[in-house]
Design a protein around this ligand. Structure first.
Ligand code: GDP
Ligand code: MG
Length: 598
């Protein structure tokens, strides 16, 4: 295909605004998939993606569209991950295309992720076509949303396309807009040495690693010997092809095209998003700019509830890591929880996704310790150490000062909830950077410590705004603050899994809340149990769980035998999920609940 008849684009949207549904419609209307093979959300392949309605990894699909001008165009859609945790991957996949459809739910308007994603598109120099979706809904107000796009984002929106991805209204207009309003690939020389961008990669259990590439110059064919310019790896290409959306082998991929290659690459770790692929024999002169490995920013310990499942868990984690180079892990032993893994993630969603997959796909129940960010410890001897686990915190006498990562958070919220949002940000040590209004919505921009966000910020934000706020963030670098390690002692035994780094001014409050919660969560024993929070050797909060006096079954007032048996069975089932701490047994649920701070 010549460049003039290629359009490469992505769809950017806030979660739930209809990105996947629109992609489905585009695929359907162009007959890319036979009607009988059509299933909802073709591009969201992982179960968890379907369930949560989010896109985790970029996918791509080629569509052929006979346009009104009589030419058939090749449209390559890259479905970018919609979440902030995958920010670097979003920005790379944006570099692989020239235009974006900006999908905004016409009944909701612009949200935090709309902004975050459209700014990435603008940064990548995209031509942008605004699309107002869900016009079938009675609450849709396309005129208001047009105005909002112009006010808040600052792009022209009077010719936004009005559609319903659900009913199919306006989909032909979207296809025409793609060919008439988005540009073809800007450059591309067939005769130049091969220069291709590694856009994404994924692991297939039959084929090994599949690499998604965007060809800039030259031609990629089966049998070629290629080199990854940054990692240095060389491979023989077994196959090249395109997604329609099923994998379909093709003879070659030329300039401007997007497709896959398969070269018996063993693990996703060997492929780096943003790397440049060229021929080993006749390489291109310069690599593409921008290449950086994704670094984990949130760490937590994952332990099997049933310690006999440790080996199963190891194999589950190794398999997941094959397909996810941005997830790191190493073995960890905890006095309280036994053998497990210290894992690093790109963010909270990423953490949740991995944890859920281990629990669901591998059927292993997990205990998750408090998520922690990476602190910079500046030691008195001048050395800087990264702290990934509060349990490794050295004695404070050796530490000169501690720096913590900060984020820039953007929150959009209806006016009436603004007060509560500002209060929440204040409580989380936030510094207000900006506050503006757009229609009946306010946009607050805050500088916040990441450590105050990793606990339950999303949950709190959702609950104080009844689900109407949207939130997005980006990492902003490190800043010094007064941080200390807080330990929790149950019956005078430190429970390492509950150790956490906190700000000195918030320690007492956190400690008190934690002790109160644990008092509720730990079942009574035959003896009195002190529960304490301490910094160094100093106790800052204390609760006492009194001893059990009577047989619990006494609650059943003797009479009802089945109720009594049920209660005993329940206790027995509960026992299995208990963890022993010295003389005290703590149910697994106590950890899960205790680690959810509020
Ligand atoms: P994504 O998160 O942006 O990929 O959004 P989805 O495509 O998963 O859509 C989110 C929800 O909105 C789903 O329940 C869709 O069925 C629904 N939806 C998508 N488009 C429309 C539309 O045009 N009208 C209506 N009423 N619902 C829609
Ligand atoms: Mg989706």
């Amino acid at each position: 295909t010549d460049l003039a008849h290629i359009r490469n684009f992505s769809i950017v949207a806030h979660i739930d605004h209809g990105k996947s549904t629109l992609a489905d419609r585009l695929i359907q209307l162009t007959g890319t998939v036979a009607e009988r093979d059509m299933q909802e959300q073709l591009l969201d392949s992982m179960d968890i993606e379907r369930e949560r309605g989010i896109t985790i990894k970029a996918n791509t699909v080629r569509i052929e569209y006979p346009a009104k001008d009589g030419h058939t165009y090749v449209l390559n859609l890259i479905d970018t991950p919609g979440h902030v945790d995958f920010g670097y991957e979003v920005s790379r996949s944006m570099q692989a295309v020239e235009g974006s459809l900006l999908v905004v739910d016409a009944s909701q308007g612009v949200e935090a992720q709309t902004l975050a994603n459209v700014y990435q598109a603008i940064e990548a120099d995209h031509e942008i076509v605004p699309v107002l979706n869900k016009v079938d809904l009675p609450a849709a107000d396309p005129d208001r949303v047009r105005e909002q796009i112009e006010d808040v984002i600052g792009i022209e929106a009077h010719d936004a396309v009005e559609i319903s991805a659900k009913t199919g209204i306006g989909i032909p207009d979207v296809l025409e807009a793609i060919v008439t309003r988005l540009p073809p690939p800007r450059t591309g020389d067939r005769d130049a040495p091969l220069k291709a961008m590694l856009v994404d990669s994924k692991y297939d259990s039959y084929l090994g690693v599949i690499v998604i590439v965007r060809i800039i110059d030259g031609v990629l064919k089966k049998g070629d010997r290629i080199r990854m310019m940054k990692t240095g790896g060389t491979y023989d290409v077994d196959d090249v092809g395109i997604y329609r959306p099923a994998m379909t082998a093709v003879k070659e991929l030329g300039p401007g095209e997007i497709g896959y290659l398969n070269a018996s690459i063993k693990q996703v770790r060997d492929t780096r998003v943003g790397d440049t692929i060229t021929h080993e024999k006749k390489p291109c002169a310069t690599a593409l700019p921008g290449f950086k490995p994704s670094v984990p920013v949130v760490f937590c310990g994952l332990f099997p509830v049933d310690s006999s499942e440790f080996e199963d868990m190891r194999s589950a984690i190794e398999k997941l890591a094959l397909n996810d180079a941005s997830f790191s892990f190493e073995m960890e032993t905890s006095a309280a929880l036994g053998f497990g893994f210290r894992c690093g993630f790109l963010g909270l969603l990423h953490l949740e996704v991995i944890r859920d997959r281990i629990e669901r796909e591998y059927d292993i129940e997990l205990i998750t310790t408090a998520p922690s960010v990476v602190y910079h410890l500046h030691m008195k001897d001048g050395e800087m150490k990264e702290l990934h686990n509060p349990a490794d915190m050295p004695d404070m006498t050796y530490v000169d000062h501690i720096e913590e990562p900060r984020i820039k958070a953007t929150i959009l919220v209806p006016d009436e909830y603004l007060g509560d949002v500002l209060k929440l940000c204040q409580e989380r040590r936030g510094i207000q950077l900006d506050l503006t209004y757009a229609g009946s919505r306010a946009m607050a921009v805050y500088d916040l410590p990441l450590n105050e966000v990793v606990f339950d910020f999303y949950d709190r934000l959702k609950s104080v705004t009844k689900g109407y706020a949207s939130f997005d963030y980006q990492m902003e670098g490190y800043r010094e603050d007064a941080l200390v390690k807080m330990q929790i002692l149950v019956n005078d035994e430190p429970v390492d899994a509950l150790s956490m780094m906190v700000h000195r001014d918030r320690a007492e409050q956190r400690g008190r809340a934690m002790c109160e919660k644990l008092k509720e969560l730990i079942p009574r024993h035959m003896f009195k149990i002190p529960i304490q929070a301490a910094i160094g050797g100093r106790v800052i909060a204390r609760e006492t769980l009194s001893a059990m006096r009577k047989d619990v079954t006494a609650k059943c007032y003797g009479g009802d035998a089945t109720r009594k048996r049920k209660l005993l069975d329940k206790q027995k089932a509960g026992k299995k999920k208990m963890r022993q701490f010295g003389k005290v047994e703590i149910p697994q649920q106590a950890f899960i609940s205790a680690l959810k701070m509020d």
